[in-house]
Ligand binder design. Structure first.
Ligand code: PLP
Length: 446
């Protein structure tokens, strides 16, 4: 007899009394509440290991979102935990002004995994600060200021990057201005400028024309910043010609190509870096989320000709090279390289995508199920003909999934896309159980 997976298991309807008390305390102390979550009752975490999260009321959730697509190795990977414990007994904090062997190990490991030609690293703490650094580097290397970004792109919420995010609403409250020229991302399902099959070529044509015309509004452009696969935008996969075309335009116009692989990288899409699907190497690449094994580590990778220009002191932050963070990252990078988890992502992801397309193919409110590796987006629409986004149903689906013990993500240009991005280490039985509950939530039978 096979034992059932430990999750999903709901013993107290969520939020139970202990979770509710935590949420009340947070709301009371944090002003208007948990500001990164639109949910009424975001999940309260007591413990997290592998692909299972426990709340304080005895419930066990399957994490099909890897806590914002970051727990690529799973929560509390034993090798990461051992590395953190060991390092904490040796030195917890080594400031960025000092060196350490462990810091050298991390930057070398990152370079060993980097796309060919990217031979220098600047460490960071969050995805947003890595993107700020990349933009700073691009501006100082080119002596130009302007940035090109795309609809639906997401680079974080710090002041230095919120201006390049596609969603203007993210900067509405702070009053920060846009800081990019925005062009349409080739989003085949929602493309309206000609045939969907030609979305990539059409998006490139618009850009090329603007770069050539003296009256397009563009000044000297330092960088084009783009996620190879949009994450927050709803797992939007560009057509084959798009990223190679951006590479060509950048080369022709002396513009630096910046890939944000904070979410799409580190095995998520079935390759180590998503750019590999199209054989494109950027000038600068930002990484974060999973590379710290759960600790706050990010980085910008690039060439010596760009990263070697800054004088000492141009850029730093006290905790950039925190030793416990470095220990966790060294362990996480080691596990990823040794276990080649991107291959697992490709294999499990192909089965996941085919299963979901089969199980949801008859529903009028599922417009498209797309994915690359363990990175899946499900378009929730009013109906298949109009393709009108239905963010209200999408939110209800996420709440229904949570109530049955499964954490799924949300996003999309219109907040109507259900996102699945489980740990790349997830056990097949847990994945199957989580997917079954997700399908029930989408079908409305949860
Ligand atoms: N870039 C991408 C593509 C992301 O998905 C995110 C976060 O979701 C960020 C940047 C920002 O990273 P962080 O939240 O660590 O600042």
């Amino acid at each position: 007899m096979t034992t059932p997976p430990e999750a999903p298991r709901i013993v107290t309807p969520y939020p139970g009394p202990r979770a509710r008390r935590v949420l009340e305390r947070l709301r009371a102390a944090e002003g208007s509440g948990l500001r990164t979550s639109a949910a009424d009752s975001p999940l309260v975490v007591e413990t997290a290991a592998g692909s299972v999260i426990h709340d304080p009321d005895g419930n066990a959730f399957v994490d099909l979102y890897a806590s914002f697509a970051a727990a690529n190795l799973g929560h509390a990977h034993p090798e990461v935990v051992a590395a953190i414990r060991e390092q904490a007994g040796r030195a917890i904090h080594v400031s960025s002004g000092f060196g350490s062997e462990i810091r050298a190990d991390v930057v070398e490991a990152l370079l060993a995994m980097a796309p060919a030609g990217l031979d220098r690293v600047v460490l960071g703490i969050t995805g947003a600060d890595a993107n700020e650094t990349a933009i700073k580097l691009a501006r100082s290397a080119t002596g130009r200021r302007e940035i090109i970004a795309f609809s639906g792109g997401y680079f974080g919420r710090l002041s230095g990057v919120v201006g390049v995010d596609g969603k203007a609403g993210l900067r509405a409250a702070s009053g920060l201005p846009p800081d990019a020229h925005f062009f349409p991302f080739p989003y085949p399902y929602r493309w309206r400028h000609g045939p969907r099959e030609a979305a990539g070529a059409a998006a490139l044509e618009l850009l090329e024309e603007a770069l050539q015309s003296p009256a397009s509004g563009l000044g000297p452009v330092a960088a084009i910043v783009v996620e190879p696969v949009q994450g927050n935008g709803g797992v939007v996969i560009p057509p084959a010609e798009f990223l190679p075309g951006l590479r060509r335009l950048c080369d022709e116009h002396g513009i630096l190509l910046v890939f944000d692989e904070v979410q799409s990288g580190f095995g998520r899409t079935g390759r180590l870096w998503a750019g590999e699907h199209w054989g494109v190497v950027p000038d600068l690449m930002t990484v974060g989320k999973g590379i710290g094994g759960g600790m706050a580590v990010s980085a910008v990778l690039g060439r010596e000709s760009i990263l070697g220009r800054w004088k000492p002191g141009t850029h730093t932050s006290t905790f950039l090279t925190n030793a416990v963070n470095m220990a966790a990252a060294r362990a996480a990078l080691g596990v990823m390289s040794r276990d080649r988890l991107w291959e697992r992502s490709a294999h499990l992801g192909a089965g996941l995508l085919a299963g979901l397309q089969r199980d949801l193919g008859d529903l009028p409110w599922v417009g498209e199920v797309r994915g690359l590796g363990l990175f899946v987006g499900i378009e929730i629409v009013a109906d298949r003909e109009s393709r009108r986004p239905d963010p209200v149903r999408a939110l209800r689906i996420r709440e229904a999934a949570l109530s049955t013990g499964v954490v799924i993500g949300g996003g999309g240009h219109f907040e109507n896309v259900i996102k699945l991005a489980p740990p790349l280490t997830i056990a097949p039985d847990l994945l199957a159980a989580g997917v079954q509950a997700t399908v029930a939530a989408i079908r409305g039978t949860a």
